[in-house]
Structures are given as structure tokens and as C-alpha cells.
Design a protein around this ligand. Structure first.
Ligand code: FES
Length: 186
């Protein structure tokens, strides 16, 4: 192969590889732009609740705020019942569950992921099943209820409406209205 035609071949080969690379990186960029499993439109965020795994925190976004979505396993629900009844002598599991959103047969913690003290983002510990706010040591349980001060209240719950197996953030459905009326969230 002559030098010039070799250069031409190398140029084409490089161009082809670069082309594949460009397509791949465009694809990767598009994937990272895609709001899956949520779909965002006009201030609403629709979450597909079948997409979450038990005890795995996913941070979604709604109107610029981080939204914690944590699917509870049966074990987490059972522990909720047992732990509270040991402390108080009565079953408070049902009260804790009122902070959770029930979709189908599953329970989810869905909260705004900002500490109610001064707005830091708490981190989830899946072994302890608790959220620690590193700013001043505030703690929350896996329903978003505050278990150690200084946070003055549990993690706030964003307005939501249940639509089959989907959750529409930004709309006030009857379940959310009830949470507000009963003081579970502000
Ligand atoms: S901001 Fe979270 S404990 Fe202070």
C-alpha cells in the first residue's frame, strides 16, 4: 500500500471509529438526559412505581428538589411494626405506615430529600435503614420520621396523586390531602 492510500485508509478507519464513538457518546448523553423512570411535564413528575427495588434509595427530581423514593420490603414493614410496639407497648406500625404511600401491595417512602433542619441532603444507610444528616447529626427512620434532633419534624412529603401503578408528583390526590389534614406532612 502506498503511503498516501495508506493514510486514506487509516483516515477512513479512524473516521469510522470516531463516528461509532460519537454515536455511543450521544447515546450515553441522551440516556443521562432521559428522566427515566420518571417523565417530567409542566411541573409534574410521573414516576413508574414498578421500576424500584426494595430497600434501594432512588433520588428523583421534582421542581428542582431531590425526591427520595424508597420501596419497603415486607421485612421492613414487619420491623416497623415490631420495633415501635417494643418501645411503646402498643402497635404504632399503622401510624408509621401512614407516612408511606401504598401502591398496589407495596409501600413506598416518598419524601423531599432535604433535611427539615437547615436543608442538607441526608444520606441513606440500607443496613441501618436510616437517614443521617451529616450537617448536624439529625437522624430519620426509613419512613422519613425524625428519630434524632435537631430536625424539627420528619422529611416533608411532596404533593402526589396515585394513578394506578404511577405516582404523579405535583398534584394533590386524596391520599396526600389526608396526610396534610392529619398533620403527617406540612
Ligand atoms: S441540616 Fe440536617 S441536621 Fe442540620
Amino acid at each position: 500500500m502506498k503511503n498516501s492510500s495508506r493514510r486514506g485508509f487509516m483516515g477512513k478507519a479512524f473516521g469510522a471509529v470516531a463516528g461509532v464513538g460519537a454515536v455511543a457518546s450521544l447515546y450515553a448523553m441522551k440516556r443521562s438526559w432521559d428522566p427515566l423512570p420518571s417523565v417530567k411535564a409542566a411541573g409534574f413528575t410521573t414516576l413508574d412505581m414498578t421500576a424500584y427495588k426494595e430497600n434501594e434509595l432512588v433520588v428523583e427530581k421534582w421542581r428542582g428538589k431531590p425526591i427520595f423514593v424508597l420501596k419497603h420490603s415486607k421485612e421492613m414493614i414487619d420491623t416497623l411494626d415490631e420495633n415501635k410496639s417494643q418501645i411503646t407497648g402498643e402497635s404504632l406500625g399503622e401510624i408509621d405506615k401512614k407516612r408511606l404511600v401504598k401502591i398496589g401491595n407495596d409501600y413506598f417512602m416518598v419524601t423531599i430529600g432535604l433535611c427539615t433542619h437547615l436543608g442538607c441532603i441526608p444520606g441513606y444507610n440500607p443496613d441501618e435503614k436510616s437517614f443521617l444528616c451529616a450537617c448536624h447529626g439529625g437522624l430519620y427512620d426509613d419512613t422519613g420520621m425524625v428519630t434524632k434532633s435537631p430536625p424539627p419534624r420528619g422529611l416533608d412529603i411532596p404533593p402526589f396523586r396515585i394513578d394506578g401503578m404511577k405516582l404523579v408528583l405535583g398534584e394533590e390526590g386524596p391520599e396526600y390531602k389526608k396526610m396534610k389534614e392529619t398533620g403527617i406532612t406540612l
